[in-house]
Design a protein around this ligand. Structure first.
Ligand code: ZN
Length: 133
């Protein structure tokens, strides 16, 4: 699966976003090593309690983990308000991805195309490094 195909699935998942508070809709598409794709979208809690909000990336990873898949290759992220912008995972998601799949590649929109990052590029000196793992 190409990065562009994965980004397209992320954009489709974005349509389900519940972003009534921020208006910033995000979709994610997670590719497992066996070729299965799990998608996710951000889900904001209408009560406004920010800590209960769920990002698209963690939504997709939780779906995969809950169905027994834990070997991930890459995740594509597509987000924006009215139009899509270059959107990288937030700090919480970077840590979450690092905890469950430190080798994962992250694909983001970039000037109409895509850009691929390693997680260590997005999260240098991660918490896990403190334990020497
Ligand atoms: Zn996030």
């Amino acid at each position: 699966m190409t990065n562009e195909n994965l980004l397209e699935l992320a954009q489709q998942a974005r349509e389900h976003a519940r972003a009534g508070i921020s208006g910033f809709k995000v979709g994610a598409a997670l590719l497992t090593s066996c070729g299965k794709v799990f998608t996710g979208c951000n889900i904001e809690d209408p009560s406004g309690v920010g800590v209960t909000n769920l990002c698209a990336e963690r939504c997709a990873v939780a779906k995969a983990l809950s169905e027994g898949f834990s070997d991930f290759e890459k995740i594509a992220v597509a987000g924006g308000t009215d139009t899509l912008t270059a959107c990288t995972p937030c700090g919480v998601c970077r840590q979450y991805l690092n905890s469950f799949c430190p080798q994962i590649k992250v694909v983001c929109m970039d000037n109409g195309g895509s850009k691929e990052y390693t997680l260590s590029e997005l999260l240098p000196h991660s918490f896990e490094e403190s334990f020497g793992s």
